[in-house]
Design a protein around this ligand. Structure first.
Ligand code: NOJ
Length: 721
């Protein structure tokens, strides 16, 4: 449809019809109740009218349902404006790949893009027009259960992963039925709730907000994301959906975003609960004036926006602009010509869980696993005749994570299935030992598990966190392994020292005691559909671990928030980190540094960093420094290494981080092979938000290092003139 026709359509619409475009209903409400719709607080809504005018729906099941919803709406709407169908496809639709936090550990933007591309194909045939993805909330506190949904605690990694998702999902041309529009979320700083408690208030300086939190949203918008979702939380006192500074000033004016803003689930209604709106009508006024185009699910716009426009409280011009943004998106998706977009029942059958998709998911699961520790136990030898598979995750299928599609766990491969597929002759004894639920105290299975451990040549101890303990609304105040898992671990590790621990969990856990006892720990996170196959291949050396932590693991939950790119203090703790130093910034009872820092991860081979060289030591602002890092595979097997480049600005007008990742690249090396990795450092990478919140660099000396957080290597300096 041409722009003129789109404008003519808008001009022909009544206020009620315009408001409808900004209303999003839950598909389940229509389908289950056959058009009887009840609002969240029990208002009986006129379903016929809602169906006639509404602009979008979320959460539907498949292509058949997508088409039925569209048909029903189009039959009722005299203007024949197609619905936008939206769904949360976070890490795969039917073929589930690892949770985003795990994908961050791959440090592999191309692999992330491959996974997102697979999810795009499955989403498109399901009938999805918009996915509520990527989620790029920087998270520095694992008490927050939604840390699993983000790629990292690190803004650059988060930005690159998010942008890769956007490009792969949207493609070049959204009107093509195989492409899906992205909604980046949750704007802004949803990942920094006080106390790590989901939905809680966020209080941040503008500099921290701009340096640590905003870049990833911006990167996704720069990559072309068409929608953005304001977060549930209040940011510095104002809930995001009503935050004019955030949405009008930063998003629209500074960043020039002209796509669609959609509230989070009932976030407009929650303005009343937050205590910034008198009532629902007032909440509609606040969120419309702040620039929120679509009201997700609450139907608040449906109930009150028409009156507010008629009374002149919300200018009709503002309504028109919001509606035009929605219509433009529909037009860009080609929905006026093809309202089903890619929905295709036959293609669903062919694509879902097809071998090619499973292969990508398996590779992603292998590349995102992090070998935390290995004292010669892993990989396990094929010569082992009898292995004991012990622990609550020893024979578990719920390995896909909270944000996978409902029922996706049923397709996941368990650990024993993966091991037996690889080694059919290996004798496996499986003992659960105990549960992993919070508050679980039943230790009655531990004796049998210990017996099994004693009788085996090797033990695989599968521990972790139940899938429902991380995700939305799943905050924890303690981060140790839940239930009696540590009792099980102590006894099994004492019974058979040839034990490798494998972990399935959705957040960084506090592993301090386990780390002291276990000779090998492999962190798998929630690996998705191919969990068991990927784990088996890693455990038995068919795949070589190469993941690096995308968020550090704490020694103690009391260390949070614990960003690796922390600021220096006036009294930094002298190193080594093992003891307290009075009157320095330290704990009396715990070292400052994480148990495992951001960027850590071992391999079955070893790498040595031979040199870091700069092509110049003095740089003018318009120039750049070329950094070359030489890495050698010093072990006996092929492996992949993530070469990381860190910056420090030792003296500046405001305090700067002690280390900051500014680039990374993953390389493959055969045994004995040497590779040089080159990075280019420009003046832009040296900028920061200064005292007056302007983004600029300052002349002076800068340090560049490789290695990983808290373990920097080969530091070289240069001067910016
Ligand atoms: C609430 C979540 O915060 C958001 O991430 C999600 O996209 C919406 N619900 C829709 O399901």
């Amino acid at each position: 449809m041409t722009t003129e026709k789109l404008q003519a359509l808008l001009d022909s619409m009544t206020i009620r019809e315009k408001v409808g475009q900004l209303v999003q209903c839950n598909a389940g409400q229509f389908i289950q109740n056959d058009m009887e719709i009840t609002g969240p607080e029990g208002e009986l809504l006129p379903a016929e009218d809602l169906n006639r005018v509404m602009g979008s729906v979320l959460t539907f099941e498949d292509a058949a349902q997508a088409k039925a919803l569209q048909d029903r709406h189009l039959a009722a709407d005299p203007k024949k404006i197609p619905l936008l169908l939206m769904l949360d496809v976070i890490h795969g639709l039917r073929t589930t790949y690892p949770i985003p936090l795990a994908m961050g550990c791959s440090f592999d933007d191309d692999l992330m893009a491959e996974c997102a591309d697979m999810a795009r194909k499955e989403s498109a045939v399901c009938g999805v027009h918009v996915t509520f993805n990527p989620m790029v909330d920087t998270a520095r506190d694992a008490r927050w259960g939604r840390i699993l949904e983000t790629s990292s605690e690190e803004p650059l990694l988060n930005s690159r992963m998010g942008a890769a998702v956007v490009r792969a999902t949207q493609g070049e041309d959204l009107s093509r039925p195989e492409n899906v529009a992205c909604c980046v979320k949750h704007f802004a700083a949803y990942g920094a709730p006080e106390g790590g408690r989901d939905y809680n208030t966020v209080d941040l300086s503008e500099r921290t907000l701009r340096e640590a939190y905003l870049p990833a949203y911006k990167a996704c918008l720069d990559a072309g994301a068409r929608l953005i979702m304001p977060s549930f939380n209040a940011l510095n006192g104002i809930p995001s959906v009503a935050n004019r500074w955030l949405m009008n000033r930063v998003l629209r004016e500074e960043w020039g975003f002209n796509g669609v803003v959609i509230s989070d689930y009932n976030a407009v209604g929650e303005l009343v609960t937050h205590g910034v709106a008198e009532n629902l009508k007032d909440a509609v006024r606040l969120s419309m004036l702040a620039g929120c185009d679509i009201d997700m699910v609450r139907n608040a716009y449906y109930l009150y926006l028409e009156d507010l426009v008629r009374d002149g409280v919300v200018p009709e011009e503002m309504l028109d602009q919001a509606v035009l943004r929605v219509l433009k998106l529909k037009n860009e998706l080609g929905l006026f010509e093809n309202p089903y977009h890619g929905a295709d029942e036959e293609a669903e059958k062919k694509l879902y869980l097809c071998p090619a998709h499973r292969e990508i998911a398996r590779r992603a699961a292998e590349e995102s696993a992090v070998l935390l520790k290995n004292e010669g136990i892993l990989p396990l030898s094929d010569r082992i005749r009898k292995a004991a598979l012990i622990g609550p995750f020893a024979d578990e299928r719920h390995l896909v994570g909270f944000w996978s599609r409902p029922g996706a766990w049923k397709d996941a491969v368990t650990l024993p299935e993966g091991i037996q597929a690889l080694l059919p002759d290996l004798e496996l004894i499986i003992e659960r030992g105990c549960g992993a639920e919070i508050g679980d105290t039943d230790e009655s299975g531990i004796d049998r598990a210990v017996e099994a451990a004693r009788s085996a040549d090797a033990v695989i101890l599968a521990l972790g966190e139940p899938e429902n303990d991380s995700g939305e609304g799943r905050s924890r105040a303690t981060l140790t392994l839940p239930g009696p898992q540590m009792t099980l671990a102590r006894r099994v590790l004492a019974a058979n020292p040839n034990t490798a621990v494998i972990l399935f969990n959705g957040r960084p856990l506090e592993l301090t005691e386990l780390d002291e006892l276990a000779p090998a720990i492999l962190e798998m996170w929630y690996p998705g559909t191919e969990a068991g196959n990927a784990a088996a291949r890693l455990l038995f050396g068919r795949a070589n671990p190469c993941g690096k932590l995308s968020a550090g693991l704490p020694r103690s939950v009391g260390q949070y928030p614990m960003p690796y790119n922390r600021m220096n203090t006036g009294r930094p703790k002298p190193q080594p980190d093992s003891q307290a130093f009075p009157f320095t910034s330290c704990y009396l009872d715990t070292p400052n540094l994480p148990l495992y820092s951001f960027g850590h991860g071992l391999s079955y081979t070893t790498f040595s960093y031979e040199s870091l060289t700069l092509d110049r030591t003095v740089m003018r602002p318009e120039e750049s420094v070329r950094v070359t890092i030489r890495v050698r595979n010093t072990g006996s097997g092929a492996g992949k290494e993530v070469v990381q480049l860190y910056l420090r600005d030792p003296v500046a007008s405001v305090v700067r981080p002690v280390q900051q990742l500014i680039d990374y690249r993953k390389i493959s090396l055969e045994p004995g092979e040497v590779k040089e990795v080159a990075f280019t450092v420009t003046e832009e990478q040296l900028r920061f938000w200064d005292f007056d919140c302007s983004f600029r660099s300052e002349p002076g000396t800068f340090e560049l290092s490789t290695g990983y957080a808290d373990h920097l290597l080969l530091t070289r300096t240069f001067v910016l003139q």
